[in-house]
Write a protein that binds this ligand. Structure first.
Ligand SMILES: NC(=O)c1ccc[n+]([C@@H]2O[C@H](COP(=O)([O-])OP(=O)(O)OC[C@H]3O[C@@H](n4cnc5c(N)ncnc54)[C@H](OP(=O)(O)O)[C@@H]3O)[C@@H](O)[C@H]2O)c1
Length: 278
């Protein structure tokens, strides 16, 4: 089958390009097509006629979205809708990447796919509105909600922690936000399987298990062999422009329905650190 990846130069996009073997894959970055440019979007989809389009392109700076709302909505919602319209016109199936930040974080239990969206940030709102509008354009499209993405080839939490741990005796990390770290390689492999299984509807895809940012940082530092002290702090002590959900753990049931089980985040972290060492 022929596949088109939009956002191929990003963290996930690079992993998809590396992992996707056995099919014809066309990967495009923003310099090839800006998804805000409807005419160009239609042109590349018409030219390539893919069976699947994986839409990983997004404005992903969660704090930046608060001060650049227009950009956030024009890329994450309106750009995504342009892609969906062109995909529908070309009879292509669409898989869209969304986020745990569509939830408010007040659930006591892991979020299921049918739980109500209630985004607290502009980024989350842009993704939530995109989901709703995409499902109107293509009711059978596949929406993959993921979270806390890390991997080789871009800025991510473990990379930041490792750089800081190398130069500082102690690090303060938020301990009252809980979620599911997700390795780009494992997410890419799950997406490939979902496309091959003609998935549709909302699917939650994260590595197994959950933790706080503090626990995640502590494990990164420990496994990398640093003696840096990692200290827990509250969200209130670390004020940032965008509010984050306190609890955004997502249930694995929707993914299990496709017979896919993700490795734990600890296993994923070990492989990431290994890959980083080269
Ligand atoms: N990172 C996370 O923790 C996380 C969590 C939940 C969901 N997600 C979602 O997962 C997807 C992949 O995330 P990621 O971390 O791989 O993102 P990323 O590393 O920031 O990459 C984003 C990609 O989008 C492209 N892009 C940005 N603006 C564009 C535009 N106007 N038109 C076309 N392409 C554009 C970028 O191109 P250039 O590189 O050429 O600029 C890049 O290829 C995104 O949809 C994101 O919202 C991410």
């Amino acid at each position: 089958m022929k596949v088109m990846i939009l956002g191929a130069t990003g963290l996930l996009g690079q992993a998809l390009m590396r992992e996707w073997n056995g099919d014809e894959v066309v990967g495009l970055g923003v310099s090839d097509v800006d998804i805000r440019n409807a005419e160009k979007v239609w042109e590349v989809i018409e030219e390539n006629r893919p069976e699947w389009i994986v839409l990983a392109a997004a404005y992903t700076d969660v704090d930046g979205c608060e001060s650049n709302q227009e950009l956030a909505f024009s890329v994450n919602r309106d750009g995504a809708v342009q892609v969906a319209r062109a995909a529908k016109n070309a009879d292509a199936k669409l898989l869209f990447l969304s986020s745990d930040y569509v939830f408010d974080g007040k659930n006591p239990l892991p979020y299921e796919i049918g739980d109500a969206r209630n985004p607290q940030s502009v980024y989350g709102q842009s993704k939530a509105e995109a989901e709703i509008q995409l499902l109107e354009v293509i009711p059978t499209c596949c929406i993959v909600r993921t979270a806390w993405l890390f991997g080789i080839g871009g800025k991510c939490f473990p990379d930041t922690i490792l750089k800081l741990a190398a130069t500082r005796p102690a690090l303060d990390v938020v301990s009252d936000q809980r979620g599911c770290p997700t390795y780009s390689v494992d997410l890419a492999r799950a997406i490939i399987q979902l496309c091959r299984k003609s998935a549709n509807g909302i699917v939650h895809v994260t590595n197994g298990g959950d933790c706080s940012w503090f626990e995640f940082a502590r494990e990164i530092v420990r496994r990398a062999g640093f003696s840096t002290e990692v200290r827990p702090v509250s969200t209130q002590q670390m004020v940032r422009p965008a509010p984050r959900p306190a609890y955004s753990v997502m249930s694995a049931k929707s993914l299990a329905n496709y017979g896919i089980v993700m490795p734990t985040w600890q296993d994923a972290l070990a492989r990431y650190l290994q890959a980083r060492r080269g």
